[in-house]
Design a protein around this ligand. Structure first.
Ligand SMILES: NC(=O)c1ccc[n+]([C@@H]2O[C@H](COP(=O)([O-])OP(=O)(O)OC[C@H]3O[C@@H](n4cnc5c(N)ncnc54)[C@H](OP(=O)(O)O)[C@@H]3O)[C@@H](O)[C@H]2O)c1
Length: 216
């Protein structure tokens, strides 16, 4: 899967002005304002799937649905969790509603209900291969995926060269270097290899800034 794939893959980021998604102690709700959060729900409704990581599920226990129901014209997007070791708690809120697709690298769980498990190859770090997930989704005819996750999954998506669009909401507040970055390490040794996007719009969204970038 490359940037030339027909799949639309949106990376949504909601950060401080300095690109942080949480304090060092994990506190993250809410960095951006209500207008930005409402836009995120509309964005969810505009994608066939919402993909997150087990880190976000454990930290925030999100439902990852488009709300209120009025923002949807059809079914809720397919919720997807990348969870190499199947650490997903059986009580997680995301397990309410239609079955969640959970990608993992092996093992078994008998207590998880309302999930469809996908055993997937591991990447170099032993985690679910992001490229393999994208291939699986493309094989199933998926045309659009929105990534709403922490820095680890955001970095994995960028490293796999899967992201076609970035929707970035930035609040006018600063968290500082000890805060958690919205994108973990990309392992770059040459600036020329940095993922590069074209900015296509900048808007005010309540007190926040909403920037949209498209892969060139
Ligand atoms: N502001 C925002 O836009 C936003 C959105 C969502 C979350 N967040 C914040 O993000 C923080 C959580 O960040 P996070 O980085 O821990 O969570 P994450 O990116 O959602 O999940 C990371 C976990 O995903 C699993 N994973 C599976 N395949 C992976 C792969 N190929 N590459 C990397 N990880 C893979 C790993 O656990 P295994 O090795 O066990 O599989 C990893 O620890 C929370 O504070 C949350 O509030 C912010």
């Amino acid at each position: 899967m490359t940037a030339s794939s027909p799949m639309r893959v949106t990376l949504k980021l909601a950060t401080s002005l300095d690109g942080r998604i949480a304090l060092a102690n994990g506190q993250s709700q809410w960095i951006t304002g209500p207008e930005a959060r409402a836009e995120v729900h509309r964005m969810r409704a505009d994608h066939e799937a919402i993909l997150t990581g087990i880190g976000t599920v454990l930290a925030d226990d999100p439902r990852m649905t488009a709300r209120p129901d009025g923002v949807l014209s059809g079914a809720q997007p397919q919720r997807i969790v990348l969870d190499s070791q199947l650490r997903l708690p059986a009580s997680a809120d995301i397990l309410e509603g239609p079955p969640v697709w959970v990608f993992h690298t092996g093992g078994a769980r008998s207590d998880l209900e309302n999930v469809e498990l996908f055993e997937t190859e591991a990447d170099d770090s032993g985690r679910v291969s992001f490229a393999a997930v994208m291939t699986c989704l493309a094989d199933r005819g998926m045309k659009s995926v929105m990534i709403e996750a922490g820095g680890a999954i955001a970095a994995a998506a960028l490293r796999a060269d899967c992201v076609t669009r970035i929707e970035w909401f930035r609040a006018p507040r600063l968290i500082g270097g000890e805060g958690r970055p919205c994108i973990a390490g990309l392992g770059l040794e040459e600036l020329a290899l940095a993922p590069t996007f074209n900015r296509i719009s900048v808007r005010a969204c309540g007190a926040d800034l909403w920037e949209t970038y498209q892969k060139g």
